[in-house]
Design a protein around this ligand. Structure first.
Ligand SMILES: [Zn+2]
Length: 107
């Protein structure tokens, strides 16, 4: 099966549409193309127990974002400021993402 191209990229603002974190909004910190999951800043925090390391000599419990499935996320268009579906359009040989609501081109 060919890998599906994702519409979400690192640095996007996204809204969470379903699941426990529904309604949350945040910036995408990383995207895992193979698992179709993305980590969103400040969303889906999970407590994680960490071992003592040199960086963190005390060890203990830290809060870290869990990865969310991209199907639960929608990119927020910077122009119309709404969660929006995106289309792909080829302009001058480059594939760009376009907001389906306001036609704004996203990087
Ligand atoms: Zn838009």
């Amino acid at each position: 099966m060919a890998l599906q191209r994702l519409y979400i990229r690192k640095g996007d603002r996204v809204a969470v549409l379903s699941g426990n974190e529904r309604g949350a909004v945040g910036k995408v910190l990383s995207v895992d193309r193979n698992k179709y999951r993305a980590v969103v800043e400040g969303v889906a925090l999970r407590k994680k127990h960490v071992r003592r390391t040199q960086q963190n000599p005390k060890g203990g419990v830290i809060e870290k974002e869990a990865a969310l499935h991209v199907s639960n996320l929608m990119v927020i268009c910077p122009k119309c400021n709404k969660p929006s579906r995106l289309a792909r359009r080829v302009v001058d040989g480059r594939s760009l993402r376009v907001c389906k609501k306001c036609d704004e081109t996203l990087a």
